[in-house]
Design a protein around this ligand. Structure first.
Ligand SMILES: NC(=O)c1ccc[n+]([C@@H]2O[C@H](COP(=O)([O-])OP(=O)(O)OC[C@H]3O[C@@H](n4cnc5c(N)ncnc54)[C@H](O)[C@@H]3O)[C@@H](O)[C@H]2O)c1
Ligand SMILES: [Zn+2]
Ligand SMILES: [Zn+2]
Length: 364
């Protein structure tokens, strides 16, 4: 007669999950610093990174406003940062525990059709998922899928704080603004929007020695920063007359490249109004509302209009330019905070006009 033996499992103890602090999104307008279980390796290609420094992006504010419905309540926010590899899955070959790494805001498998084209933003098993569809970097630890292709080794002796700017804003300004905008030596460039992304475009546009870079914003403090960072002239668009001002400054010719780094219809219209025949409008801004395209005027002007979600394909190149001091991303860092005071950091960043904040470094 068969018997079923039930062995009491008293000897097995389930270790309590180790906990960590993390900034958690709880639906529109709600966020708290919570205790959450530490992430663990779920797939062989994962790495767990102990976050050293992170920051807040304008996109995090968009999520908190409820503008990004694909980001669900309970999500740990953040898609930027540097840290130390804590553990890796069996399939990770380029990194090991103890390695210092830069986290890319874009996850890429390196193998799918989009990745093979260098279009990591559209990776079939990645893209912008960190702090959006999976838990992000505003925490003590983060799980990074496809670690081999989504992390970058930090060379010894690097200024790690500056490198936090390379997770998102520097490649965004460079890829979506400067590269797509085909900035050339001697060219006239306009950058509409002097937030961290517009200023990142300003820094990286100077790789190509354009003759003029006109920066347009409504915030005099940000325009003063733009002049310090290399803008040859600035326009305050509070009166909505930036097109007239730029046309006057360029002798009625307009600009070769107009970079849109705000994300509202009015600033796209400025770009349409100032681009010269044969020029390029490079859209960087995230648009939540319908925008008019004035083909009735532009059809005859031989203009290019480009759009792009940052691919972070230029991050290795940008790392080298920071190492060689060609650009200094520290210029974009205005405030420092600790993870324990991340709510205060959000408050500072969210009131940028009053606090003069650009990027807030959060030490974890
Ligand atoms: N394409 C991408 O992959 C990508 C990646 C990251 C961010 N973005 C987008 O880039 C844009 C800029 O990001 P950011 O973090 O610098 O944002 P930000 O809000 O800090 O900066 C926008 C700037 O535009 C200025 N502005 C607002 N209205 C204006 C007007 N009418 N005329 C002139 N200036 C005006 C503001 O004063 C501000 O300085 C956002 O839309 C962001 O979502 C896109
Ligand atoms: Zn971002
Ligand atoms: Zn891929």
């Amino acid at each position: 007669m068969a018997t079923t033996q039930v062995t009491p499992r008293t000897s097995e103890k389930v270790a309590p999950a180790e906990m960590m602090k993390a900034l958690v999104y709880h639906g529109p307008g709600k966020k708290t610093l919570d205790e959450r279980p530490r992430p663990t390796v779920l797939k062989p290609t994962d790495a767990i990174v102990k976050v050293a420094k992170t920051t807040i992006c304008g996109t995090d504010l968009h999520i908190l406003k409820g503008d990004v419905p694909t980001c669900e309540p309970g999500r740990i926010l953040g898609h930027e940062g540097v840290g130390v590899v804590e553990s890796v899955g069996s399939g990770v070959t380029s990194f090991k525990a103890g390695d210092r790494v830069l986290i890319s805001c874009i996850t890429s498998c390196g193998k799918c059709a989009a990745c093979k084209k260098g279009m990591y933003s559209h990776c079939s098993d990645g893209g912008w998922i960190l702090g959006h569809l999976i838990d992000g970097t505003q925490a003590e630890y983060v799980r990074i899928p496809h670690a081999d292709t989504s992390l970058h080794p930090i060379p010894p002796g690097s200024d790690e704080e500056a490198l936090v700017m390379l997770s998102d804003i520097l490649p965004t300004g460079y890829e979506c603004g400067v590269l797509n905008g085909q900035v050339e030596p001697g060219a006239t460039v306009a950058i509409v929007g002097a937030g961290p992304v517009g200023l990142a475009a300003l820094l990286t546009a100077q790789f190509y020695s354009p003759a003029e870079i006109i920066v347009i914003d409504v915030d005099d403090n940000r325009l003063a920063t733009a002049r310090r960072l290399g803008a040859t002239s600035t326009v305050n668009n509070t009166d909505g007359k930036a097109v007239e001002a730029v046309m006057q400054m360029t002798g009625g010719r307009g600009v070769d490249t107009a970079i849109e780094a705000v994300g509202v219809p009015a600033t796209f219209a400025v770009c349409e109004g100032i681009v010269t025949a044969g020029g390029t409008v490079a859209n960087v801004g995230v648009h939540g509302a319908k925008v008019d395209l004035h083909l009735e005027r532009l059809w005859a002007h031989n203009v290019r209009i480009t759009t792009r979600l940052v691919d972070t394909v230029t991050t290795p190149l940008l790392l080298k330019t920071v190492r060689s001091h060609k650009i200094d991303p520290n210029l974009l860092i205005t405030h420092h905070s600790k993870l324990d005071d991340v709510l205060g950091a959000y408050d500072t960043f969210g009131r940028a006009a009053a606090t003069k904040a650009l990027k807030v470094i959060i030490d974890v």
